[in-house]
Design a protein around this ligand. Structure first.
Ligand code: DGT
Ligand code: MG
Ligand code: MG
Ligand code: MG
Ligand code: MG
Length: 254
């Protein structure tokens, strides 16, 4: 039966093909991770192992979808940048978004026990969105925005939790203490009251995690082979230096 009387319903489906020649960015973000982090006793403000679970899920997504040129993770979110000329899934927005979001989520669950002592007490879920950026500058500004976000939040959270956990302030007192302070004030507070030089804290907490595809050399000295690997780095991506060092991201595919 080629044409059943029901088949017309297919014509209600909408074409969601993404226009050519734009950067496709997909960002996933954990649903109510404030609650999820508490339920699983994440360390405050940063739980290194929980961030490793996020990174493992990010790597799994990039292993599955080869046209992603860069991943960027911080807190409970991950962004994935598809090359401008990708034809993956005919650039259909719903396919791209739902595959990436579900692959990220299932990989997060699959990687959990590798890093975490405590079992998952309920199923985490992630929202996903697609944003299109027409120019390289727009894409760089997007990534800079996410990295500036982790900086602002992490500096605040580091100061906040020091005041609560070490100085014994209530949450409200710590909030009042930090209200209206500049970055320089918080740096100074950490240094004067806790002897902490903020810039020496782990780069993963301050800068987030950038995932790049790189050729790496493996094997013994006698027999070396090159292969593609997904490499996590924790560098500044706001300045020009990063983009000069990693020219392959913006279009010189090697
Ligand atoms: P949402 O995204 O609107 O469903 O709500 P949330 O609660 O996921 O809010 P969001 O995404 O703005 O903020 C991320 C939350 O995740 C934030 O409240 C703190 C928590 N979180 C992320 N990473 C860590 C961590 O390493 N340690 C702890 N203790 N909490 C974390
Ligand atoms: Mg939110
Ligand atoms: Mg969230
Ligand atoms: Mg978030
Ligand atoms: Mg099917």
């Amino acid at each position: 039966m080629a044409c059943s009387r029901y088949e017309y319903v297919k014509s209600y489906e909408q074409d969601d093909k993404i226009l050519p020649n734009v950067w496709i960015v997909i960002r996933v973000d954990g649903k109510k991770f404030h609650k999820f982090a508490n339920a699983h006793k994440f360390e405050k403000p940063n739980d290194e192992n929980a961030l490793n679970v996020m990174n493992a899920a990010g790597i799994a997504v990039m292993e599955e979808f080869r046209d992603i040129v860069l991943g960027y993770g911080q807190s409970d979110e991950y962004s994935f940048v598809f090359r401008k000329d990708t034809s993956a899934f005919k650039r259909r927005a719903a396919k791209l978004l739902s595959y990436v979001t579900s692959m990220f989520t299932s990989s997060y669950v699959l990687s959990w026990s590798q890093w975490m002592q405590r079992p998952l007490s309920y199923a985490p879920c992630f929202d996903g969105r697609i944003v299109l950026y027409p120019s390289d500058e727009n894409l760089r500004d997007y990534l800079s925005w996410r990295q500036a976000d982790v900086h602002v939040n992490n500096l605040y959270n580091t100061a906040f939790w020091k005041l609560v956990l070490e100085s014994g302030l209530t949450n409200q007192q710590a909030e009042e203490r930090l209200r209206g302070t500049l970055s320089s004030d918080k740096n100074e507070l950490l240094f004067q009251e806790f002897g902490i030089n903020y810039n020496t804290l782990p780069a993963m907490y301050r800068k987030g995690t950038i995932l790049l595809r790189k050729r790496v050399v493996i094997g013994s000295q006698d027999e070396q082979k090159g292969r593609q690997a997904i490499v996590p780095i924790h560098e500044d991506l706001i300045g020009n230096e990063f983009w000069k060092q990693h020219t392959e991201i913006l279009g010189k595919y090697v």
